[in-house]
Design a protein around this ligand. Structure first.
Ligand SMILES: *Cc1c(COP(=O)(O)O)cnc(C)c1O
Length: 380
């Protein structure tokens, strides 16, 4: 019999999720509103420990879309976005009819390069249409160079959206990711560090903004006894059942971060003496990553027998272990082939040599042993 599949990142329940779901059933709150939605928002707000207000939504993608709406992004506006990311960071720019300008990454955090960002902003100013927003991402849980990015945004007065979909619990200089920008985006998709099966949240700068986001997320209903609408609305609110899962997951979030970080430490140890392979880690102690996914770079000019990224991926696949190349940069995607891009080849090179490895908080000693055996077989 073949061994069980080892996944990159799979759902990991804490145990109390069903209690919250049961109480929703008992009280017939089977709807996109109710006590679990409010309870979940409150526990996220408390966790972030900052003067922010949370709107629980149906996905991280919906949260990004509404953040653009809140910042007044309209048809043909420019929005600057990190190229090296998952497509959901960029797609909402197109939903809004706006035009993305992609930027390269810098090699330390793999996130938005502040120099490329400034070039992109200057380009937009030269076009007479200063960018309406910047979307930076904390890829794989690694905080971006927030001081530098914030300084550029401030200099040109362009609002910042942090895509913290992969970075709940990560911190930069002891402040939680998602609380630095004008808006912050969280995701609770099935593969994220905590999950509500599907779901997301928008971290908002004021209670007024949060109320407006919820208004847009619930079909933009005016205050009237009949259905009346002065604006276009969306159906983006989180279900009270899903929010129940989220409340249970918040209770184990820090525990799951510790386990993900242990997986990263496991890989640091595993690859310590293997030439040509480096495990992605924080550049210095200002950065604390939740290590949602652990990733490596494979320099095949330095590895034994010139083993490359693809050789590794296939060796894992052979043993029913999932691994995946890093996110393919957006400016290299067919769907964005005509988009503007600023920077060099950092993101492109990372994509060429990078591999994400199984990183779940639910991996066992036996799983780690199977992973280690693949590496030992290849390199010994
Ligand atoms: C998962 C993810 C999203 C989208 O979140 P969903 O909840 O799946 O819509 C956005 N950005 C990044 C970087 C992600 O990893």
């Amino acid at each position: 019999m073949k061994n069980n599949k080892i996944w990159l990142s799979s759902p990991h329940m804490g145990g109390t999720e069903l209690n919250y779901i049961n109480s929703a059933f008992e009280n017939n709150w089977i709807a996109p509103l109710g006590p679990n939605v409010v309870g979940f928002e409150n526990s996220i707000q408390q966790y972030l420990n900052k003067d922010k207000f949370i709107a629980a939504l149906s996905s991280g993608t919906a949260a990004l879309h509404l953040s653009l709406l809140m910042l007044g992004v309209n048809r043909d506006d420019f929005v600057i976005c990190q190229s090296m990311t998952f497509s959901a960071s960029a797609n909402p720019i197109k939903y809004a009819g706006a035009q993305p300008i992609f930027t390269d990454s810098e090699p330390q955090t793999w996130n938005m390069c502040p120099v490329a960002l400034e070039k992109a902003i200057n380009y937009s100013i030269d076009q007479g249409r200063k960018a309406k927003a910047v979307i930076c991402v904390h890829l794989y849980g690694m905080p971006a160079k927030l001081d530098e990015i914030k300084a550029v945004c401030k200099k040109y007065e362009v609002p910042l959206i942090e895509d913290a979909a992969e970075a709940l619990g990560s911190t930069y200089k002891d402040q939680k990711c998602g609380t630095f920008g004008d808006y912050g985006v969280l995701s609770f998709n099935g593969n994220k560090i905590i999950t509500t099966s599907g779901g997301g949240a928008l971290i908002c700068p004021s209670e007024e903004a949060q109320k407006k986001v919820v208004f847009y997320a619930t079909q933009a209903r005016d205050n009237a006894p009949h259905y009346q609408h002065s604006e276009i609305g969306y159906n983006y609110r989180l279900s009270n059942i899903s929010a129940g899962i989220g409340r249970g997951q918040m209770e184990v979030l820090d525990q799951h971060i510790a386990l993900r970080r242990q997986m990263n430490a496991f890989y640091q140890g595993l690859f310590k003496d293997i030439d040509g392979i480096t495990v992605f880690k924080e550049p210095n102690s200002d950065y604390f990553s939740n290590h949602w996914l652990s990733a490596i770079l494979v320099d095949s000019t330095k590895t034994k027998n010139q083993i490359n990224r693809e050789d590794l991926r296939l060796a894992f696949e052979e043993e029913n272990i999932e691994s995946r190349p890093l996110w393919k940069p957006m400016h290299l995607q067919p769907v964005f082939k005509d988009a503007l891009y600023f920077g060099g080849t950092v993101a492109e090179d990372l994509f060429k040599d990078g591999l994400c490895l199984p990183s779940g908080s639910n991996l066992t000693d036996e799983d780690r042993e199977r992973i280690a055996q693949v590496i030992q077989k290849l390199f010994k």
